[in-house]
Design a protein around this ligand. Sequence first.
Ligand code: NAD
Length: 257
Amino acid sequence: MRTIAVTGAASGICAATADRLKREGHRVIGIDVQPCDIVADLGTPEGRSHAAERVAELSGGTLDGLVSGAGLGPYAEPEDVIRVNYFGALAILDDLKPLLERGTEPAAVAISSIGAIFVEVAPDQAIPECLDACLAGDEEAAVAAIRGHSGTDAYSLAKRALALKVRSHAVDWGADGVRINAVAPGSTETPMLEEIFRHDEIGGPVRMLPIPIGRSAPPEELASVICFLLGPDARFVHGAIIHADGGSDCVVRPTAL
Ligand SMILES: NC(=O)c1ccc[n+]([C@@H]2O[C@H](COP(=O)([O-])OP(=O)(O)OC[C@H]3O[C@@H](n4cnc5c(N)ncnc54)[C@H](O)[C@@H]3O)[C@@H](O)[C@H]2O)c1
């Protein structure tokens, strides 16, 4: 039995991941702003500290796995998206790394998004001063830089910054024996996607996203990828951004490797 903390565990992909881990006999510590083992708002420094402290208490100071998946959709306020989807997601990874270092074959998985690629293919969506501030760890500068832009811009940028940070963390964390990877989901049937589809401006473009496999995914199909990355079958997978998107990335960025 492994002990695995999962943020965003009250809904969607992370709830499916928590369910699967529990079915496999693992102990899950769920963290969410909605009712969960630990209730915390990862958009605030206080909420992040509270979450990390409670995970340390409940786990006894040792974690074998961590999923940093809590997030807001592109329909949310851009400032909130930057705070939750980047700074909250990253703080949980960084704050809980010492617990992972004490675990057995420890592994962390961050949830990025197919949205991360749009900063690359639609340069008008790039906001370099915000991306730079994210990567420099300057939350207030990043929030100031995103003001006046859309939630979609903030979402793509936060998910791109998170994926980049996973890659740079892989370089540092490898020596400490902690694997870290990201999954970049495409259209996945969760409350977030339902809200996106209901949105007047965002719904249309997201529905148009080409999916070569011809369908969206139930959240369990993302949970299986996350559980693979957490587990022993992925022992040599480190610093990878795994696109689980039915092939959407191959259409949008056919030459990207
Ligand atoms: N559904 C998709 O199509 C899709 C595609 C790409 C990436 N993703 C990413 O996958 C992850 C899971 O999304 P989902 O589709 O399951 O969405 P969801 O809305 O079903 O679940 C997200 C969870 O995060 C929690 N959360 C939101 N803000 C929080 C905060 N401030 N503090 C703590 N918890 C907070 C919510 O309460 C919710 O339980 C997200 O990071 C999302 O960006 C989803």
